[in-house]
Design a protein around this ligand. Structure first.
Ligand code: ARG
Length: 306
């Protein structure tokens, strides 16, 4: 990174230059750790056919009307934020009749140019698996057809060199063994117990996605996990940010970090302050329409790791 490290003591008091400093790629938080942003590469899907016609998680209620144009507008804001942060975005076209395709995080899990495909739990989403695999193939990723039910990065989070893998509602634990063998990395199984937090990315946020250090930090909602998984998280991540039930309950953890800038649900104000206290730069976005399908920032974002 060529951006200079900012020394808070010598920062100007001027509000405008402070704002531009906040935009800078690095800062020095009170803890003394430097936060470093780096450009990321994401796959997104504009929600041109977004609606809620079935219920496969407690957030969804087909009786509540949705507004596709609002969904598109909110999604566009997220897209524009990523672009302004310097991230590269690929797009997959939404297929009419597959309203959940906007949640691209579920479309696979990509590391080192290898795309492990998704195999969805619910029949309503099953056609998305092949659609995403086709996209990966056309874009020169090495596609691996999955043997076990799994919902991609919704349940698999790369934290440093380690993979945290969720199960309980969607991904089968057999997929955890499959990705351990495929990627040759440590895979830690975590069991989700609250149906509102049915994917791992609704209960854990990866804050430092850039490092190989397994102590890279996370934020999480303890009550979403069984006792054994909570103990595992406490042991592996003693410095994790523990979010409140309030912030967790609006999918505040469903966020995307580039190591410094963390795009979060605007309503997660407690989490926002916790991030600031740790030297991150939280950026709030309103995805209320997409929340009607049970997804937030992270759900709409699949990381493409070349
Ligand atoms: N309606 C979708 C489902 O229930 C939402 C998926 C949210 N995605 C995520 N990565 N958490 O499958």
């Amino acid at each position: 990174m060529s951006t200079p490290i900012l020394d808070q003591d010598s920062q100007s008091q001027d509000a405008q230059s402070q704002a531009s400093l906040d935009q800078a790629a690095q800062s020095r938080p009170a803890t003394g750790e430097a936060r470093t942003a780096s450009p990321r590469h994401y796959l997104m899907c504009r929600p041109d056919h977004f609606t809620v016609t079935y219920r496969i998680n407690p957030w969804m209620d087909p009786a509540i009307p949705t507004d596709t144009s609002v969904a598109v507008q909110q999604w566009q804001t997220l897209y524009d934020i990523y672009r302004s942060l310097g991230h590269e975005i690929e797009l997959i076209d939404q297929i009419d009749g597959l309203p959940d395709m906007v949640y691209t995080a579920n479309g696979g899990f990509v590391i080192d140019g290898v795309a492990y495909g998704a195999k969805f739990t619910h029949p309503q989403r099953q056609p998305e698996g092949p659609a995403f695999m086709e996209w990966f193939g056309e874009h020169n990723y090495q596609v691996v057809d999955p043997k076990n039910v799994n919902e991609g990065e919704g349940d698999f989070l790369l934290v440093g060199s380690r993979i945290l893998a969720g199960t309980g509602f969607r991904s089968d634990s057999g997929s955890h063994a499959e990705i351990a063998a495929l990627f040759g990395r440590e895979v830690v199984t975590l069991t989700l117990v609250n149906p509102s937090f049915y994917h791992l990315d609704t209960a854990i946020s990866v804050l430092d996605p850039l490092t190989d250090d397994v102590t890279a930090n996370i934020a999480y909602l303890p009550s979403a996990f069984d006792a054994e998984s909570r103990a595992t998280l406490e042991r592996l991540y003693p410095d994790a940010i523990i979010v409140s039930e309030e912030d967790g309950s609006i999918l505040g953890l469903n966020s995307i970090s580039d190591g410094y800038n963390v795009v979060i649900a605007a309503r997660a104000t407690g989490f926002e302050q916790q991030l600031r206290d740790r030297g991150y730069n939280p950026i709030g976005v309103d995805l209320s329409e997409l929340l009607l399908g049970g997804g937030g920032v992270k759900c709409c974002t699949l990381e493409l790791r070349a």
